[in-house]
Every structure is written in structure tokens, then in C-alpha cells.
Design a protein around this ligand. Structure first.
Ligand SMILES: C[S@@+](CC[C@H](N)C(=O)[O-])C[C@H]1O[C@@H](n2cnc3c(N)ncnc32)[C@H](O)[C@@H]1O
Length: 276
């Protein structure tokens, strides 16, 4: 599997809108830079006409330039390794690659093989989810991590004392990477499963559900997540912007999920709900 990197130069306010538009047509990894951002998609899903159509809608508002290049799977891994910097979240959680030294002292230490999956902790949504997780009692709990990416949230859950974690993602290479990362962190209680909401059929209820995906998937699949959450249990959502929070809240209400609180960073949101 090769990837396409779409490099977009645009003013900040347009860049945010373009990221949201591209997420809707399948781009699921974004990196901000000084001139705009880079967006990534599997080569098979790349469609230049789609991109041109999206850009054309906003060209009148500000100057936008873009180009793209194919990155082979091998080079992709090398690029991640080169660019992956260790980080500390909420002064309590270290996220690093195996080749970085462990910072001491630190409460939680998550090791991520920086491969092609989303979830190195550098994205606002991942950090916000982890910050929210830190305020939830995971001890002895059964946890679902929908849209697991690298498995970073599943590993966080396991380190916070979860009894078992089911980590699910629609991308095969991501599920492989999550399983590698679970092993790297000695988390034998994380099951990594390929698929979407359909692979949850027949699952027993979960005590905690984590879903950092994107607005549209959350709106579409929230009913199925809510059905697996007993009354009084929390669900955390992320992968959407502040302006989408009202929509997410309205959908959540339909499924008995009561809004508790939210955190934001650069307009991204992680929101916490409790099942009624
Ligand atoms: C924003 S990333 C989050 C990764 C990681 N959980 C984190 O917090 O950093 C979203 C992930 O959801 C996956 N995804 C997209 N659509 C999905 C769906 N319908 N069901 C489950 N996972 C999905 C993507 O492949 C991607 O790995």
C-alpha cells in the first residue's frame, strides 16, 4: 500500500475548512505546517478531480496552492521515524518511539512504532482524548477504542488499569500497527480487530467507549456505540471541530447520551458524554 501526500498552502482560516472537507472524502491524517498542511490518503483512494473540485469552491476566498506526491509504504515509515518527536501530555503521559529514551520520572509511558497510522499523540484530538481519559476511572473496566489508529488510546486505557480493551479500525495496516504497539507496551489485554461498526455485533456491553474518528462517522455510527454502553457509563468522542459540537450533541441526545464537558485545542474538540 502506497500513500499520497497532498501538500496545501492556504491561509489558516481556509486551511481548517479544507482539512474538514478532505476528511469527508477519506483523508485521515493531517499535519499542519507554517504554510498550510499536508493531508494523507491511500493511493487507491486518491482522486485528483475530487481535490480540484474542493479547492475550486474556496479559491475565491483566499490564495490556495497544492501539489501531491506518492510515498511508498517503505519511505512512509522512514519519514515518520525521522520526524517523530517524543512528547509529554498533561505532564503525566510520555509518548515516544522505541528509539527515544524514557523520560524520568513519568507516570505513564506509551511507546509507539511511528508507522503510517494516525495516533502518535501529536494531533490535538489524540492529546485531548488522553487528557479526558486521565479523568476517568479505568480500573478493571472493559473498554472499546473505535478508530484505534496506532492503538494509543487503547494502550492508555490498559495502562490506566482497564481489564480488557477492544481496539477497532477500518484500515488493515492500522490494525496491524495497533497490535504491534500493544505488544511493544506489553498490553496482552488489547484485542485489535479490523472493521467498522459491523464488527461490534454480538459484543457484550463496554464500561467505557472511546471514539476519535471524524464527525460523519460519529454521526452515522453513534447509535451502535450507545447501544453497547450501559446507563451511567462514559463515552468520549473526538475528531471534529467546535462548530460541529452542537450536531454531535444533538445526535448523542437521541441515543440517551448526556453531554458532560469538552476540551478544545486549535478548534478541535474532545467531548465527554454519559449514558442515561
Ligand atoms: C483520528 S484517527 C484516531 C486514531 C487514534 N485513536 C488517536 O486517537 O490518535 C481516526 C481513525 O479512525 C479510523 N476510522 C475511520 N473510519 C472508521 C470507522 N467507520 N470505524 C472505525 N474506524 C474508523 C481511521 O482509519 C483512523 O485510524
Amino acid at each position: 500500500m502506497d500513500f499520497v501526500e497532498l501538500r496545501v498552502q492556504a491561509p489558516r482560516e481556509l486551511a481548517d475548512i479544507l482539512v474538514a472537507e478532505l476528511a469527508e472524502v477519506g483523508y485521515d491524517t493531517f499535519e499542519d505546517n507554517d504554510e498550510g498542511f499536508c493531508a494523507y490518503i491511500g493511493e487507491g483512494d486518491f482522486n485528483l478531480d475530487n481535490v480540484a473540485e474542493i479547492i475550486a469552491r474556496y479559491e475565491g476566498i483566499g490564495e490556495i496552492e497544492y501539489d501531491h506526491r506518492v510515498i511508498t509504504r517503505q519511505n512512509w515509515n522512514a519519514e515518520w521515524e525521522k520526524n517523530f518527536q517524543p512528547l509529554i501530555i498533561a505532564d503525566r503521559v510520555s509518548v515516544r518511539a522505541p528509539f527515544h529514551p524514557k523520560p524520568e520520572p513519568i507516570e505513564y509511558d506509551i511507546v509507539i512504532m511511528p508507522r503510517m497510522s494516525f495516533g502518535t499523540g501529536h494531533h490535538e484530538t489524540t492529546a485531548l482524548m488522553i487528557e479526558n481519559q486521565l479523568s476517568i476511572d479505568h480500573q478493571g473496566k472493559r473498554v472499546l477504542d473505535m478508530g484505534c489508529g496506532t492503538g494509543i488510546l487503547a494502550i492508555m486505557a490498559a495502562q490506566l488499569g482497564a481489564r480488557e480493551v477492544l481496539a477497532v479500525d477500518v484500515e488493515p495496516w492500522t490494525v496491524e500497527n495497533a497490535a504491534d504497539n500493544a505488544a511493544e507496551n506489553n498490553c496482552t489485554n488489547i484485542e485489535c480487530r479490523l472493521g467498522g461498526v459491523e464488527v461490534l455485533a454480538g459484543e457484550a456491553p463496554f464500561d467505557i467507549i472511546l471514539a476519535n474518528i471524524n464527525r460523519n462517522v460519529l454521526l452515522e455510527d453513534m447509535h451502535a456505540y450507545a447501544a453497547l454502553l450501559p446507563a451511567g457509563h462514559p463515552i468520549l468522542f473526538s475528531g471534529f471541530y467546535q462548530e460541529d459540537l452542537a450536531k454531535i450533541e444533538a445526535e448523542a441526545q437521541k441515543h440517551g447520551l448526556v453531554f458532560q464537558s469538552h476540551r478544545t485545542k486549535n478548534n478541535w474538540v474532545s467531548a465527554s458524554f454519559l449514558k442515561q
